[in-house]
Design a protein around this ligand. Structure first.
Ligand SMILES: Cc1cc2nc3c(=O)[nH]c(=O)nc-3n(C[C@H](O)[C@H](O)[C@H](O)COP(=O)(O)OP(=O)(O)OC[C@H]3O[C@@H](n4cnc5c(N)ncnc54)[C@H](O)[C@@H]3O)c2cc1C
Length: 470
């Protein structure tokens, strides 16, 4: 697939490889076979493949440094790569060059229950960290749905979040410190291991969410919490999305902060019908509401009060999970949404826009109308608590692509008009690059470009992503 970007010259790559062989020899794993290049040319955005010239697998920070320095010296682009679960094409080597795969740096270096801190290498899979900290009675809240495969390095680069963001926040809220290799190859330590610390600029805040453009995370220090002892979930059915979002307002203003508040619209309900949970026959929207706390009886009492508030807002019925198996069955429905939607139509493009909570219902209606105008079905589900909506444009095949793109342009336009943002989780990468200027405006775009130019004047790190050099 042509990326539309100029590919790096083959002679430069040869010179780079010779230098890496000289400096690091067999200590650095380097691959350039077709199968590997093809695999690292794709992620979950559906874009590509865009083939690197070399895929390198460093095993420590010094090797990351050496690779980046050599890439700068030979003017070869270099793209950090985690587990390639990204949905915006962030890890794709659109100009060729080096894919810097961090998966071998996968050690959990420390889990400290006294300081409530974990220190990990970037290639640690989120699920492995969660298992380790939970075995010690601790809690790492960010929960992107890809937790079984995505890496902490990728989470840091994308500032990943999930259903628990409403109560607990996103990855940025848990990164205390970073060992960070700058695009020059220099290593800096940003942030503090302590829970508080305000000395210096907030470089952690800048680096988290930088999508592989401002440097490479080689060690990540994370804040942990005590694990909540009790968790309860309920599924509440409504006649309309407006009723459901009205209930969200009543719950929050009533003094309850659920750890998850997930919305599924009517198309999504069709997609998951018959998959283990039955919905009220009149329901055209549901909320999955999860609360946590210290004592089970208190959490259950709160959940029943939340259900009562939903009834006041027009809820048709409420199913409270009575045990862990029922809780799992309700969450399974949420996990089946994505494959269920794909099965409805054949293909889908999944967005992650965010609108103010008060505009969710209007956004869902306007997105549906956009779909209808283009002869497409649009389904919306997602995090009703924070307005982060997974709006899915369903289509049958590649022939629908022009209509899908037009619908997408309009969805992004409406999102910005409603005071929202084009991405709440997946990042800009390649997929949403064309919409970024519309959101940032010229002054902020110029400022962000200036920051990148300061750190990486030639845009050697992850070129073609977020925005162009000039
Ligand atoms: C089924 C599914 C469900 C998902 N659900 C969610 C969700 O609920 N919430 C959410 O936020 N996302 C979700 N995602 C998107 C994706 O999983 C996240 O963006 C994740 O953080 C990417 O991690 P990764 O290791 O796969 O990174 P990759 O896809 O390999 O890379 C992503 C970006 O990170 C950069 N990068 C990787 N490692 C480093 C590093 N060490 N230093 C600097 N930059 C680096 C890359 O250059 C790239 O720009 C989902 C994806 C899938 C497939």
């Amino acid at each position: 697939v042509s990326s539309g970007f100029a590919r790096v010259d083959a002679a430069r790559v040869r010179a780079l490889r010779e230098q890496l062989d000289r400096e690091l020899g067999a200590a650095l794993v380097v691959k350039d076979d077709g199968v590997t290049l093809e695999a690292y040319g794709r992620d979950e955005s559906g874009l590509g493949p865009f083939l690197a010239d070399l895929v390198v697998f460093p095993s420590d920070t010094a090797q990351v440094q050496a690779v980046i320095r050599a890439c700068q010296r030979h003017a070869v682009p270099v793209v950090p790569v985690g587990a390639r679960t990204g949905k915006s094409g962030g890890s794709l080597p659109v100009c060729g060059g080096v894919a810097l795969a961090l998966e071998k740096m996968n050690r959990i270096l420390q889990v400290d229950p006294d300081d409530l801190v974990a220190v990990v290498q970037p290639g640690v899979v989120l699920g492995a960290l969660v298992a380790e900290v939970e075995s010690k009675g601790l809690f790492y809240p960010p929960d992107p749905n890809s937790w079984e495969t995505c890496t902490l390095g990728g989470n840091v680069a994308e500032n990943a979040g999930g259903p628990r963001a409403l109560k607990y926040g996103v990855t940025r809220d848990y990164v205390l410190a970073l060992e960070w290799v700058l695009p020059s190859g220099e290593v800096v330590r940003a942030g503090h291991r302590t829970a508080k610390g305000v000395a210096g600029y907030d470089l952690v805040g800048l680096f988290v969410g930088s999508e592989g453009t401002l440097g490479v995370a080689t060690e990540i220090t994370l804040r942990l919490l005590p694990k909540p002892r009790a968790v309860r979930v309920a599924l509440v059915s409504f006649r309309t999305v407006a009723d459901a979002t009205g209930a969200v307002g009543r719950v929050l203003s009533g003094g309850f902060l659920p750890r998850a508040l997930e919305l599924l619209d009517d198309v999504v309900l069709r997609a998951v019908a018959g998959k283990g949970v039955s919905f009220h026959p009149e329901s055209r929207a549901v909320l999955l509401i999860e609360l946590d706390g210290t004592r089970d009886d208190a959490v259950l009492e709160d959940l029943l009060e939340v259900a009562a508030r939903c009834e006041e807002a027009g809820a048709l019925d409420t199913q409270v999970a009575q045990d862990e198996a029922q809780r799992e069955a309700l969450w399974r429905v949420r996990r089946l949404v994505s494959p269920g939607l794909r099965a409805l139509c054949g293909g889908k493009l999944s967005e992650d826009v965010v609108v103010p909570r008060s505009r969710i219902s209007e956004a869902v209606e306007r997105f549906k109308a956009i779909g209808a105008r283009h002869g497409l079905v649009i389904a919306t589900y997602g995090h009703a608590g924070d307005g982060n909506l997974h709006t899915n444009v369903l289509f049958s095949g590649p022939e629908d692509n022009p209509r899908v793109q037009l619908a997408l342009d309009e969805i992004m336009g409406v999102t910005l008009l409603l005071g929202g943002t084009i991405t709440g989780e997946h990042g800009v990468g390649l997929a949403k690059k064309k919409y970024l200027p519309g959101e940032l405006g010229p002054s902020r775009l110029a400022l962000e470009r200036a920051i990148r130019v300061t750190l990486d004047p030639e845009f050697r790190l992850n070129p073609g992503k977020l925005f162009e050099q000039s």
